[in-house]
Design a protein around this ligand. Sequence first.
Ligand code: CA
Length: 413
Amino acid sequence: MVLSRRAFSLGLASVLAGCSKGGLTQIATRSSLDPAFLPQSNASYDAWVAEFKNRARARGITDTTLRAAFRGQGFLPGVIDRDQNQTEFKRTLEDYLAIVAPEEKIAIGTEAYASERKSLAQVEAKYGVQPEVMAAIWGLESYFGTKRGSIPVVSATSTLAWEGRRRAFFESNLMNALRIVQSGDARPSQLVGSWAGAMGHTQLIPDAYQTHAVDFDGDGKRDIWSNDPIDAFATTARFLSKAGWRKGQPWGLEVTLPAGFDAPIGRKTRRSTDAWRALGVRAAAASSLPSSSSAAILAPMGVGKPAFLVYHNFNMILRYNPSENYGLGVGYLAHRLSGGGPIKGKFGRDKNGLTLEDRKTLQRALTRSGFDAGTPDGVVGRKTEAAIRAYQAVAGFTVTGTPSPELLASLTG
Ligand code: CA
């Protein structure tokens, strides 16, 4: 069995592709989808589906299920594009945190967390995962339930299986999507989610659903699709518990490293907190380092920029999504939802010589000058790059799409 639940995340994939509307938005209806997410004719895909259906029948899927599950489904070119342009693993930690945990999202999340506190406490009592960690996962996966995805799962998984880059993985998920329909767990119309087939509040793929889903509220359904997130919380908490989550133990915390720190770091270099303390590692906030026999230092952007001490439970979060940025995003958002403050360390200037504030100023100046740079979040994505290119062409710069101090000066001087 594949340990990590999946390597995709609706929230991140859509935000990073520049398709997010931002803020607390309603779930998109099918009619509002990009045409690339509507079925298009593709003879090779159709032939593959016909062959796949034969294998599904051989494994006990009925014709009734196949008809119901494939009705209106088809080849979606948009999911291929997303699959080939995953930027989740390429973003710097600073960009990543600006995307997944901006201040306005923390404010919305604080309210959402408060409204689900009782459910999260019940789930914690059974599975031992702290409420703020579950709430943070909820925040990263579906923007606290508000962005659960509207792409048909059978179309998405069949398109990606046909494409073939990870055929076995997506065939397995397609087969499990059919089993979900056949068992009556969900109606075919409920099977919508991310471009990679992840569904519901905590974005579970069909394989993970079949293995882990629980009916926590006892209504007879393992329902990760309804507006009430409790079954989704319990399912994800159960996943983490089975992966090896240690009850009551922290994921990690931000730390400071002493001047001249040059000890080996990274997830594979594990030492006791006493050993790290002896090397000068301190908690960035006032509290002391929680004691552990095994912890690792992560400084994704290099020593001198924000650094973290991560414990066993951090690795359990990575079972849910194997990106270190994801793990730190969950940890940081959990810290903020439980009342902690912003990152203490300084990210400083990026490779182009600009700070986060510089990049926000640049975006605002571009938009004010008639070159729409999108939300001024300090993250230079496709939209900002296009605005820079358009401005560079008009202003007589070499067209690179890359921000620079000179460009900023010319727009704001
Ligand atoms: Ca239920």
